[in-house]
Design a binder for this molecule. Structure first.
Ligand code: TRH
Length: 398
């Protein structure tokens, strides 16, 4: 962590303060979809709720297109949902830096852009948007400032998180109402399933979505679900758990639309969905396996039971993060349900969970469902990340 100074967050400001404010959001795709997933969600929210002029710089438009099919990977500059999307090229073009500059997940701003920030004679707020963690140390690092070693600039560290001392979670206005409305309405659910080419769930079936990293436990779960009751329908986005599907069903190169059946288990391979439709999928399933950062948050806001596969880090740095989340999430669950969820989560992340672990967890289905609803309600009551970020930047720009 670079040199940081403690600072106080600023007072609230009204929406009109942000009219015509310009923000640059920088996102490097790295290896997956989480970084662009978060930046895209944040950018859309800044435009829709704060009328901010957002330029989103992305280094890999092809990956972006996976979660937003409207993106044309060949266009250097395009508009989408009110956001100006720019290809982040090297060398980086000479542009006027925005009022607020968001460097997401340590993606390292282009050197000429940083120099332009320092030499333009006007104030820029430079935000380093960090990864989400439920760990307690985040409270004291959120909002700290790190001066640039040579230039008259400083970065502000902005941490998403679960406590009120952090930047919060990305939760758009009206999300909870849309989700509740959907979950209470049979015809909306039927329309959704038909829209993605899947049958409407049968009464006794458990419908599960599976978005994970390489995980040996998938085969064990498939075996357990195939032998067990009630029937499980498992929806797997293309490219996920491919080897296990191939081995378990003896079918090479599964593609969207394929449906495989063994005993009580049906696996449906589905296309990658546009980000909002993926949210709806999480709302519609009985249980969601999610990963990384953004699907993990969206599964919580879907108010359904879930299991998280955390992004594995070197030297096991991810284990305290997983435990910190489970400690927060399990508060309020009965000791037995909490124990089962922790055991299942740990084994799932070690690639060791199996059908028996699933059964022991799913015995608590009703309690897990109530708890997931309470948890989502609590997250939605808090101030959301975009609002906290806008207020923070406005207090600095004054
Ligand atoms: O893709 P991820 O594994 O991303 C990860 C994490 O962010 C991790 O912290 C980071 O270090 C690493 O990337 C580089 O998982 P995540 O975070 O859930 O992001 C997936 C995004 O894809 C999310 O925005 C949801 C979206 N998505 C869709 O839009 N449609 C889909 O069908 C699916 C399965 C996902």
């Amino acid at each position: 962590m670079p040199l940081l100074k403690r600072m106080r967050l600023g007072p609230e400001t009204s929406i009109s303060d942000n009219n015509h404010q310009a923000w640059d959001v920088f996102s490097a795709v790295v290896d997956n979809y989480g970084d662009i997933g978060v930046c895209w969600r944040l950018s859309r929210q800044l435009v829709a709720e704060y009328r901010i002029n957002v330029r989103l710089w992305v280094d890999c438009l092809a990956s972006f297109q996976k979660i937003c099919p409207e993106i044309d990977p060949l266009q250097q500059k395009q508009q989408c949902h009110g956001v100006e999307i720019r290809q982040w090229t090297d060398p980086f073009p000479s542009v006027e830096p925005a009022d607020v500059v968001v460097e997401a997940f340590g993606c390292k701003l282009p050197a000429n852009y940083v120099e332009a920030m320092a030499s333009g004679g006007r104030r820029h707020i430079w935000i380093n948007l960090e990864y989400l963690s439920a760990e307690e140390w985040v409270d004291s690092y959120h909002g700290l400032i790190s001066p640039h070693p040579q230039l008259p600039l400083a970065k502000h560290f902005f941490f998403p998180g679960f406590s009120p001392m952090t930047g919060g979670l990305l939760v758009e206005k009206g999300l909870a109402d849309r989700r509740r409305n959907f979950q209470a309405c049979l015809s909306l659910k039927e329309e959704f399933w038909r829209g993605i080419g899947l049958p409407v769930p049968e009464n006794e079936e458990t419908r599960v979505s599976l978005f994970c990293y390489e995980n040996k436990a998938v085969s064990n779960l498939f075996s357990g679900w195939a032998k067990g009751k009630p029937p499980v329908v498992c929806l797997v986005p293309e490219g996920v758990a491919t080897e296990q599907i191939e081995r378990f069903f003896g079918h090479s190169s599964p593609v969207p639309g394929n449906m495989f059946k063994k005993g009580g288990l049906t696996v449906c391979v589905i296309s990658f969905l546009e980000q909002d439709s993926y949210d709806t999928l999480l709302w519609a399933c009985d249980f969601n396996f999610v990963r990384g950062e953004d699907s993990f948050v969206r599964a919580q806001l879907a108010a359904q039971p879930m299991a998280w596969q955390i992004y594995p880090q070197e030297e096991g740095a991810h284990w305290p993060k997983l435990n910190a989340f489970l400690a927060r999430y399990c508060c309020g669950l009965s000791p037995d349900a909490a124990e089962r969820l922790v055991a299942f989560s740990e084994k799932w992340n070690r690639g060791e969970a199996d059908g028996a672990d699933w059964e022991k967890l799913w015995i608590h289905r009703a309690e897990l469902e109530n708890h997931a609803r309470d948890w989502a309600d609590k997250q939605e009551e808090k101030e959301d990340l975009a609002t906290n970020l806008v207020n923070f930047c406005n207090s600095k720009l004054k």
